[in-house]
Design a protein around this ligand. Structure first.
Ligand code: ADP
Length: 788
């Protein structure tokens, strides 16, 4: 088992704790326990804590084990344990929780009963107090414990090693560990917990262990006799009876038999493949012979439930009517004509080939451009279930492939979790943010590759599930914000569709046709109660959002609907007609001034274009010179990263000084200062090359740069213009700012095939291979330059 314990000595127990009554287990400090929480109240509590980001809570055992859900908190033992939530997972209607005890606590007073119990507590743990007898008592206890474990077939000898390994944690921790491993009665366990003084605890433990050993002796005598006297069948009957007796004695027979009965009846009703059926039956058999409070019991119980929950054979029938699919895509989305076409082509191939062996669709674009909702539409069109999993922040291979179930708090990987949630073997499975995957443990990208590979994925093996699950009928679609960050082997398997973002006009249409109606409905409002003027929508887009997609636009509209809904619920008459001049009332003062084109032709400033996570942006690059010994100074966002681009641009400009009418002295006697405004992103650095060269050439030659030109392109030392990424985003940015002329690398010409018609109409594109052409077009009077 791997150790996921925190250092408990370093943990501070807050004075106020949320409290959870635990009926069947006592958790001790240090030990890690996996529980299946079934009480709704407790599940609600844990989910509440998680939503608040709280991970420490108090656990108290009731004085009466049959505590009703709404019992008086005074019915709880005042001494309990503070524990940390390590992990949780939904298992059917229950919640599997992994907890680690931290310290004994005493309840001082209850501060709140509803909806969740909160109390003021104090930490009463005495970590390192030892008397003269402590070591002797500890040795006795360990001796008895070892004997008990090694003679009792119901316990694994591994426990002895675990306890041994923790010797250096001190007698307090050791006595707690022993207490947690042995199935004493719950009241005895509580008594051990209440013994804060380590010597008294060890004495009690010794008593209890002695009694257990006695009991074991009697038991084995009975068994010995039984062996001699009885036929096999009778013996089995006897042993079973005996086990029932023992379980009854320990107060856990009912739980086990009801769990087992539930699992068995589920198993009978399900249509499972033979190997799954056999495995599940075998594991259920193991459960029958275990105490319900043991750690293994919960592990196996959760495992069997997971096996039974998985849709081994359940599939939906695909609806491959392409015309219908086109209708659905159109119903759900405005615009995106090329994207929809590619999706339909993809579905047509699926229809003809009837298998999923082709490449995997990968939708790439900034947030809020409709990647997820396209996925949902495709699922709807096909009649498949939709499941979604994000890989953002995945660093460990086990998150894809699962942990072995012997690992404390083990869970299946995200693929299996998703399939379980979807409930069919062939959902449309959207894997988000595949560009955000990284490798810290193992290789998550290659695990994912295996999931996506049609040659291997009929046999996908999750470490937790152990037997292979066939994911070859799953329709995987991936999404990413940037293409560059996708691991190359994954990218090879995919067919990329770009969604660069929307123009103002498209956003306005999306808001009018979709978002307003959606938010109205989500807030229980009618069309007669709230409406938005076109001008208001335009202003929300322009003044309150800054994005390539429409996510914030959606959010701001929701915001207004929420306020209106509240007023109406409180009795306001309405109707609410949202106009541009009422936006401030709802959304506060304007947040974003749209990036603007320069208003004048200026010397030493060029308008570059960059790609950021919210789409394209203008990048006004400024250059000035001050007297001093020849040199360059870079400032502003990413100044350092731009170093090479600036050097290349400068070398080019110097090589053209004669044509530009610049004397060499100008370079020798000045420090050139280039400033980069915020907004540029590192990997986009080189694409500012032509803009830097233009700013420098303008500065040195005294020719102004035209205000109506924006540009992008990398340049070489000799002035060749090289292609760059993100062309569509960049063009949209220029268009949004009202810049009519865009200079771009000739080699990027093909990227223009699906830009919106209106953008194409209103923008002139100038394709260039060399920076000379850039200067001719961008500098005022540039057409007269005799650049060779
Ligand atoms: P992404 O997954 O790309 O981040 P989403 O799919 O979550 O974006 O889209 C955000 C919201 O914008 C959703 O409510 C979606 O329905 C809406 N939306 C995005 N693009 C369009 C579109 N072309 N037509 C209608 N609604 C859209």
């Amino acid at each position: 088992m791997e150790d996921i314990r925190v250092d408990i000595a370093a943990q501070q127990i807050p004075e106020k704790l949320y409290l959870m009554p635990l009926l069947s287990v006592v958790i001790y400090p240090y030990s890690v326990v996996q529980l299946l929480v079934r009480r709704k109240q407790n599940i609600d509590l844990i989910e509440h804590l998680q939503s608040q980001g709280i991970d420490i809570l108090g656990l108290l055992v009731p004085k009466d084990p049959h505590l009703p859900e709404d019992a008086d908190p005074k019915m709880l033992h005042p001494i309990g344990v503070a524990a940390r939530i390590i992990n949780t997972m939904r298992v059917g209607g229950s919640l599997q929780v992994v907890l680690q005890g931290i310290a004994r606590i005493r309840m001082i007073e209850f501060l709140q009963e509803k909806p969740h119990l909160i109390g003021r507590v104090e930490d009463i743990e005495q970590p390192h107090v030892e008397s003269a007898q402590t070591q002797t008592l500890l040795t006795d206890a360990l001796r008895l414990f070892n004997r008990f474990i090694s003679t009792n077939p119901r316990y694994s000898e591994e426990i002895i090693h675990i306890v041994e390994m923790n010797r250096q944690e001190g007698p307090g921790v050791i006595s707690d560990l022993i207490a947690s491993y042995i199935n004493f009665r719950i009241d005895e366990k509580q008594e051990l917990l209440e013994l804060v003084d380590v010597d008294s605890r060890l004495r009690k433990l010794i008593d209890l262990l002695q009694r257990e050993l006695e009991f074991l002796k009697v038991e084995s005598e009975v068994q010995g006799r039984a062996k001699m006297e009885m036929e096999k069948a009778q013996r089995e009957y006897f042993l079973r009876r005996q086990m029932e007796e023992i379980k009854k004695e320990l107060g856990e027979g009912d739980q086990v038999s009801s769990d087992v009965a539930t699992l068995k009846s589920r198993l009978e009703k399900l249509d499972l493949p033979k190997d799954v059926l056999e495995l599940a039956a075998k594991e259920i058999g193991r459960l029958e012979n275990m105490p319900s409070s043991s750690a293994d019991y919960n592990v196996i119980h959760t495992y069997v439930e997971t096996l039974l929950d998985l849709p081994w054979r359940i599939m939906t029938e695909d609806n491959l009517d392409i015309r219908k699919a086109a209708e659905i895509l159109d119903q759900d989305h405005h615009g995106l004509i090329h994207v929809k076409e590619r999706v339909l082509e993809y579905l047509s191939v699926l229809k003809l080939k009837r298998d999923l062996k082709g490449p995997i669709l990968c939708l790439i674009g900034p947030p809020g451009v409709g990647k997820t909702s396209l996925g949902q539409s495709i699922a709807r069109a096909l009649g498949r279930k939709f499941v979604r999993m994000s890989l953002g922040g995945v660093r460990d291979e086990a998150e894809i492939r699962g942990h072995r179930k012997t690992y404390v708090g083990a869970m299946p990987g995200r693929i299996v979790q998703g399939i379980r949630k979807g409930g069919t073997r062939n959902p449309l499975f959207m894997i988000d943010e595949i560009d955000k995957i990284s490798a810290e443990r193992g290789d998550p990208a290659s695990a994912l590759l295996e999931v996506l590979d049609p040659e291997q994925n009929h046999n996908f093996r999750d470490n937790y599930i152990e037997i292979p699950f066939d994911v070859s009928s799953v329709l995987f679609i991936t999404t990413a914000n940037y293409m560059d960050a996708i691991p190359a082997p994954l990218l090879d398997r995919m067919e990329v569709i770009h969604l660069p973002g929307y123009t103002m006009e498209e956003k306005e249409m999306i808001a009018r046709k979709y978002l307003v109606a959606k938010q109205r409905e989500a807030h229980g409002l009618k069309e007669s109660q709230i409406s938005f003027s076109d001008e208001a929508i335009r202003w929300i887009i322009r003044g309150y959002t800054k994005e390539a997609g429409v996510r914030n636009l959606d959010r701001e509209i929701a915001h207004i609907c929420r306020k209106a809904a509240k007023d109406i619920a409180e009795g306001a008459a309405g109707p609410y007609i949202i106009k541009a001049n009422s936006l401030e009332k709802y959304l506060g003062p304007i947040k974003h001034i749209a990036e603007e084109a320069r208003t004048e032709d200026e010397i030493g400033v060029a308008t570059g274009l960059a790609v950021t996570p919210t789409g394209g942006e203008l990048l006004h690059i400024e250059a000035t010179k001050v007297r001093g010994k020849e040199g360059i100074k870079l400032t502003g966002h990413l100044g350092d990263i731009m170093q090479e681009s600036v050097q290349a641009a400068l070398t080019y400009v110097r090589s053209k000084s004669e044509e530009l009418g610049i004397s060499q002295k100008e370079f020798e006697e000045h420090i050139l200062h280039v400033h980069f405004p915020a907004g540029a992103v590192p990997k986009d650095g080189p694409s500012a090359g032509v803009a830097i060269a233009t700013a420098l050439a303008s500065l040195m030659s005294g020719l102004a740069v035209r205000k109506d030109v924006a540009m992008t392109g990398e340049i070489s030392l000799r002035g060749h213009v090289l292609p760059v990424g993100g062309i569509k985003d960049k063009i949209l940015a220029a268009y949004r700012a009202g810049i009519p002329i865009v200079i771009m690398p000739e080699k990027n010409k093909n990227d223009l095939y699906d830009i919106p018609k209106e953008v194409e109409r209103k923008t002139s594109f100038i394709y260039v291979n060399h920076a000379d052409q850039v200067l001719r077009e961008a500098l005022v009077g540039g057409e007269n330059l005799e650049l060779k």
